[in-house]
Design a binder for this molecule. Structure first.
Ligand code: TRP
Length: 445
């Protein structure tokens, strides 16, 4: 089959999936809320021991299953019990995440366009602009959501090699260039050293159980785990490719970009004397006001910054739909075009529900149990379905797959101490950590 990644293609595509709004938007604001350095340290530990462990788990299942999530689980299980097909439920998660991710990418695309000519000069104006966009301007929201959804569909229609690999080969280097440019600019500001201290000097006073769980949740989200994305991409990885090394590279690129984004954003914030704990509005409200004070340069930086976010987000978005596409193509034996129409319209419509649920006009109809549809989709996926899928993946590999098989696959590429550590983590540490995360999200602890 020609439709396979090259090794570099896989690394770029998996890194493209991993690097997204999670790195540039979410990571800095969570790190800001939990006081910086100490949170960053905990996050690094979570990536290395928990995130990477599950990443390797999905990679080994995918690379050896060479099929969609359901089939891969059955193929590599000890018993070949067809019930393992049920693991395929996780491909639905990607579609739901994509529906609201596309809406948020739409907001950002709107910011790319508007940042060319106007930037808000005060926090109140910036806040009102953002509020107006998400709660009143349904027309714009629909247009931008449609543009994003259309691009995603257009790319994935072309398949792994010509669609996904190609777009990553183009957008990832461009994203890297923009971030390097922004980092260089941040470096010239007096506040850069303050940003470095904020990110790297740990202050444990703001760390509590919630910070630990936030770091853990973020490690999962940023590595695109628990929806079969990494598994499905790995299923297009030639069987001989070193999946261990490739996984390390992806985690390293992802972590580096999160840290670089943090340094850039905190330098900008501190330069303007703005607080580091502005929450989700940080990128949409605090930053544009700062950019507005920098004249024409501010417009250039604003546009570059939001373009970087769009690039990062598009390469993630295509990775959210791919598990469902491969599932539909192989299980229902339909063409890629048909699968794309089915999955594309599903997430597009769900996205419309999500965006309407935040508008003033439809909020009442689309609010259930005190949460609007957007928040429900976010909660159900990030807090419930993704952790459950991750627990299932760990328990599956730890107890229902032949250890000899795993050992053989790992030892072809790494030392036995790496394998033994991974095997111990996947059997005991990671499932317990995620069960705690899940119970906490469900309000049980
Ligand atoms: N990792 C991406 C980010 O940080 C988001 C993402 C892409 C994702 N694919 C995913 C999240 C699959 C969950 C599941 O923005």
């Amino acid at each position: 089959m020609v439709n396979k990644f090259s090794r570099i293609g896989f690394i770029l595509a998996a890194a493209g999936s991993a690097v997204g709004l999670g790195n540039i938007w979410k990571f800095p604001y969570i790190a800001g809320e939990y006081g910086g350095g100490a949170f960053v340290l905990i996050y690094l530990v979570a990536i290395l021991f928990i995130g990477l462990t599950v990443f390797l788990a999905e990679a080994v299942i995918g690379q050896n299953g060479q099929a969609n999530v359901s089939t891969s689980f059955v193929v590599i299980s000890k018993s070949k019990n067809p019930n393992w097909k049920l693991a395929g439920f996780m491909v639905a998660t990607g579609l739901i995440v994509l529906s609201f991710y596309s809406v948020v990418l739409g907001w950002i695309l709107n910011y790319v366009i508007t940042s060319f000519d106007t930037l808000p000069t005060k926090a109140e104006i910036a806040g009102a602009k953002f509020e107006n966009l998400i709660s009143n301007d349904i027309g714009s929201l629909l247009i931008y959501h449609t543009l994003i959804a259309g691009s995603v569909v257009f790319i994935v229609l072309k398949g792994i090699k010509e669609g996904i690999e190609k777009i990553n080969l183009i957008l990832m280097p461009l994203l890297g260039l923009i971030l390097i440019g922004l980092l260089i600019y941040a470096f010239t500001l007096d506040s850069f050293s303050q940003a470095v201290s904020f990110m790297f000097i740990p202050d444990f006073s703001k760390i509590d159980g919630n910070a630990l769980l936030a770091a853990l949740g973020q490690a999962f989200f940023t590595l695109s785990l628990g929806v079969g994305t990494i598994l499905t991409y790995s299923a297009s990885l030639p069987k001989k490719t070193n999946f261990v090394k490739s996984s390390f590279y992806v985690a390293a690129v992802d972590t580096t970009i999160a840290i670089v984004a943090g340094l850039i954003i905190f330098s900008f914030l501190f330069e303007a004397g703005a607080p580091s704990s502005a929450g989700p509005g940080l990128v949409f409200i605090s930053l544009p006001v700062i950019f507005s004070g920098w004249g024409i340069l501010g417009h250039i930086i604003a546009v570059s910054f939001f373009v970087a976010l769009v690039f990062a987000g598009i390469t993630s978005a295509v990775s959210m739909i791919e598990p469902a596409l491969r599932f539909f193509i192989e299980i229902f034996k339909i063409t890629r075009a048909k699968a794309t129409i089915i999955c594309g319209s599903t997430f597009y419509i769900l996205g419309i529900v999500a965006l309407l649920s935040m508008s003033k006009t439809y909020a009442d109809e689309l609010t259930f149990f005190g949460k609007n549809a957007f928040d429900i989709m976010d909660f159900m996926t990030s807090s419930v379905m993704m952790p459950i899928a991750a627990i299932l993946t760990c328990v599956f590999l730890g107890y229902f797959v032949d250890k000899k098989l795993l050992e053989e696959k790992f030892l072809a590429h790494c030392s036995s101490s790496v394998f033994n550590t991974w095997y111990f983590l996947i059997r005991f540490v990671v499932p317990i950590a995620i069960v705690i995360l899940l119970l906490n999200k469900l309000g049980a602890i």
